[in-house]
Ligand binder design. Structure first.
Ligand SMILES: Cc1cc2nc3c(=O)[nH]c(=O)nc-3n(C[C@H](O)[C@H](O)[C@H](O)COP(=O)(O)OP(=O)(O)OC[C@H]3O[C@@H](n4cnc5c(N)ncnc54)[C@H](O)[C@@H]3O)c2cc1C
Length: 326
């Protein structure tokens, strides 16, 4: 990983493995991850472009899902992974996630003849503004720009306008970042207001209701400052699957609901502190004050920060989904 200033001066450079033998970073394109997961399922088990509009608990403990295309589904168990604006979380009584005061542009630079970068994560820190990029394949490089904004602003979908806005923010920054924005295909560009939800014990609703349970951002949206939101969603899935498999093999309704509660208490211990930590790290990195930024660039990052404890959260092991020896 390399961290630089907007002027191109190196603040710190390190290898994850030098900090901790277990450390590594894997940058994966979302489309590839989703396709790899989908390919593990039987054909036709996913119904695409079917928007959930309504959810009703029926008398027999089942859940009726009504979709925008007029279709219905009567489910024994619902695992709701419908993201940060989850209609199911709303139905379960969760508040809207809270805007944290910064937004992110994201995109994937595409190099037809191969991308020119070393396999490392690059960060650039400015004042109230930071950016990063990392290769995700021989031809694609993921980039982001995170900037302060008192409100999320209007929703912009036009990729030309998004590219223009993104470039305007970093117009005097290292050229490779501007090139990456130019080389991004329209469908990969987006702007997202960053939000999170702190799951205060006693105040937040439970993660499950009857036989409906929340997973990933639907339950615990967190800011991306630790790069853990998607990772935590995958961890949730592994742990929930293990507990559910156990409960189903016991065969009673109450064991499924107990499995949901056990999943919630185990996962809460991981995701509540991470959500807060991600928020605090984001606030520190988005500082605008020139004196504070100078202290950060000249003292804190190069001399004070010990990387081991900062990266310790990435060492979480949710153990294999199943025992390969059985
Ligand atoms: C700028 C940024 C950078 C990030 N960087 C990282 C990173 O480096 N590492 C990391 O681990 N995480 C990162 N994340 C977080 C990560 O993207 C999320 O945590 C992750 O996508 C959550 O997965 P999910 O499956 O819970 O939700 P999502 O990926 O949001 O999926 C939700 C799905 O539900 C569908 N859906 C929504 N509403 C309905 C409905 N009514 N009916 C039917 N379907 C519906 C959506 O279409 C979508 O397919 C980042 C996030 C942002 C914003």
């Amino acid at each position: 990983m390399e961290i630089r200033t907007a002027e191109g001066n190196e603040l710190r450079s390190f290898k994850f493995k030098d900090e901790d033998q277990n450390q590594e970073v894997r940058a994966v394109e979302r489309r590839i991850l989703l396709e790899s997961l989908a390919n593990q399922l039987p054909p036709d088990s996913i119904r695409f472009s079917s928007k959930l509009e309504n959810i009703i608990t029926t008398g027999n403990g089942k859940t009726l899902l009504e979709f925008g295309d007029g279709k219905q589904l009567l489910a024994k168990i619902v695992i709701a992974c419908d993201g940060v604006r989850s209609p199911i979380a709303k139905w379960m009584g969760f508040s809207e996630p809270k805007y944290v005061g910064h937004c992110a542009f994201r995109g994937l630079g595409f190099y037809l003849n191969g991308q020119p970068f070393e396999p490392k994560v690059n960060y650039i820190y400015g004042r109230g503004l930071r950016a990063g990029y990392v290769p995700v394949s021989p031809t694609k490089v993921y980039w982001f720009i995170c900037y302060n904004s008192p409100s999320p602003g209007p929703k912009v979908m036009d990729p030309v306008a998004l590219k223009k806005q993104a470039k305007e923010l970093v117009r005097k920054w290292p050229e490779e970042l501007l090139n990456l924005i130019d080389l991004s295909q329209d469908e990969t560009i987006s702007k997202t207001p960053l939000v999170d939800r702190w799951l205060w014990p006693g105040l937040s609703p439970p993660a499950s209701k009857h036989r409906v349970v929340l997973v990933g951002d639907a339950w615990h949206p967190m800011t991306p400052n630790l790069g853990q939101g998607g990772c935590c969603a995958l961890e949730d899935a592994v742990i929930l699957a293990r507990k559910l498999a156990d409960a189903i093999s016991h065969g009673s309704d109450s064991s499924v609901e107990a499995a949901f509660r056990s999943y919630e208490s185990e996962r809460w211990l991981r995701i509540f502190p991470l959500t807060i930590r991600a928020n605090v790290v984001g606030s520190l990195l988005q500082w605008e004050n020139p004196v504070v930024c100078s202290a950060r660039n000249n003292i804190v990052i190069p001399k004070l920060v010990r990387l081991g404890p900062i990266l310790e959260h990435t060492n979480f092991d949710c153990e294999p989904l199943y025992d390969a020896n059985i």
